[in-house]
Design a protein around this ligand. Structure first.
Ligand SMILES: [Zn+2]
Length: 91
């Protein structure tokens, strides 16, 4: 729970202004918060799945190619939606 900088009343995370005194609540960080973390994780997952997809064509010790390809498609989708979330936050 956040607290107002002006009157120290508690503020719900979804609220952008203090209900008691009306002062604007500054976001804790400009990195996009949850969306920013999701974007970072999805980018790492995408890179890993892309490496695995290429590796599955070369090495037999990796999961089947189709599984890697599906994982790469899913992480691509998650990554693009996370990017959209971060873009929306900037507006
Ligand atoms: Zn206040």
């Amino acid at each position: 729970m956040d607290h107002c900088r002006e009157c120290n009343s508690s503020i719900a995370p979804s609220e952008t202004a203090c209900v008691s005194c009306g002062s604007a609540v500054r976001p804790k960080d400009d990195g996009g918060g949850v969306a920013g973390k999701l974007l970072l994780i999805s980018r790492i997952a995408f890179i890993l799945s892309a490496i695995m997809t290429v590796a599955s064509l070369v090495f037999s010790a990796t999961p089947p190619f189709w599984k890697c390809a599906v994982a790469m498609v899913v992480t691509t989708f998650v990554k693009s939606s996370a990017e959209q979330m971060v873009e929306k936050k900037k507006d």
